[in-house]
Design a protein around this ligand. Structure first.
Ligand code: SF4
Ligand code: SF4
Length: 350
């Protein structure tokens, strides 16, 4: 029995619905009444996650976006509070209006599940938690993997098994909707949707089988931590040190990177200011600099290694998963074409 049919039996109502293609825009219009809808929209030849003003803007056939949708939950810049010389401190009000991330791909949902662990477990982050609580994930299984995608090797795509409120699969004539949470169930119950016929699950499997045949890249995960630990002094790191520009782009586009810096910005009147946090990157020189100027990762090879070892070795004991979801953004964005899958193949001597 599929997960969706098992839930259907458990909750006693249909958990699979069919949204005919012609009803997508009215569905979005209705959603927008209650939620801020954020989805993939075209910007030139690329796609970005942005608030959807009109349903026609939504580009569900995108392959990947420049920045991951994590930017909606963990903002690139975020004011934590503002202050004034009279010692008045004004905290930033938590996000209130509920929002939907619509059309988020499986790899990006899996990345948010990692961020959930990073930001809600040992050191709960109130800014992240406030936004996360008000965010509904309407995921979309992938039918057309991009040229840099390798989620299939990591089991993080092209389909999704957990972490969504609603999960869509484009069947061509319409969308199969699978319900993944009570919030998602509430939402579909307010919409006038017909239960999906069982054949829709067969159609879904065909879409996914077709997608699985289209991957170009792969990453062999067999014994990965051991492989990296044994090759800490491999000559490839020195080579990458010369190739890498240490610009930090690979980490800025990564959906699982969560580091940030906190800075105070004083206004020109020198009487007021704000404390803000901003994305930071272990690839940048200043990241590991401490008091008196000592830097723990002054050499570029140490930073290149840190990024790859953190993703493929250090996440596992911390979050019980690899830190890479195979979205391929770091490969696409790297001006020197450094490719994490290629690094691993070379360490394997392939
Ligand atoms: S390391 Fe690269 S491929 Fe892996 S999740 Fe981050 S950006 Fe995507
Ligand atoms: S990495 Fe997989 S889940 Fe992510 S966009 Fe590509 S095909 Fe979809």
């Amino acid at each position: 029995m599929s997960v969706a049919y098992a839930r259907q039996a458990e909750w006693g109502i249909p958990q699979l619905y069919l949204l005919p293609a012609a009803k997508l825009n009215p569905f979005l219009e209705e959603l927008k009444e209650y939620y801020t809808v954020i989805g993939p929209v075209a910007r030139g030849k690329e796609f970005v996650f942005a608030p959807v003003a009109k349903p026609e803007e939504l580009a569900l056939s995108y392959q990947t976006t420049l920045l991951p949708p994590k930017k909606v939950l963990h903002l690139p810049f975020e004011v934590l509070f503002s202050f004034h010389e009279d010692q008045q401190i004004v905290e930033t009000a938590p996000e209130q209006r509920p929002q939907v991330i619509f059309g988020i791909h499986p790899c990006d949902v899996r990345a948010i599940l990692i961020l959930d662990k990073a930001y809600t477990a040992e050191y709960p982050d109130p800014y992240y938690i406030a936004k996360r609580r008000h965010t509904l994930l309407v995921a979309l299984n992938c039918a057309e993997p991009g040229e840099n995608c390798f989620c299939q090797s990591l089991g993080t795509g092209p389909d999704l098994k957990e972490g969504y409120d609603l999960l869509l699969t484009d069947l061509g004539h319409g969308y199969l909707i699978e319900v993944g949470s009570p919030w998602g169930r509430e939402l579909v119950q307010t919409m006038d949707l017909a239960p999906a016929p069982r054949v829709a699950m067969v159609e879904k499997q065909k879409v996914l089988e077709n997608a699985r045949r289209k991957f170009h890249k792969k990453l062999n995960t067999q014994g990965l931590p051991e492989l990296l630990e044994e090759n800490f002094r491999h000559p490839i790191w020195e080579e990458l040190m010369h190739d890498c520009l240490a610009c930090g782009s690979c980490t800025m586009v990564c959906p699982t990177c969560f580091c940030y810096n906190v800075v105070d910005k004083i206004d020109l009147n020198l009487k007021s200011g704000k404390r803000q946090r901003e994305w930071d990157s272990c690839m940048l020189l200043e990241y590991a600099q401490v008091a008196l100027g000592h830097n723990f990762r002054k050499d570029r090879d140490a930073r290149v290694k840190q990024r790859i070892y953190h993703k493929l070795v250090y996440y596992e004991p911390q979050f019980s998963t690899l830190g890479c979801v195979g979205c391929g953004r770091c490969i696409k964005t790297c001006v020197k074409k450094i490719d994490i899958t290629d690094v691993i193949s070379r360490l394997r001597g392939e």
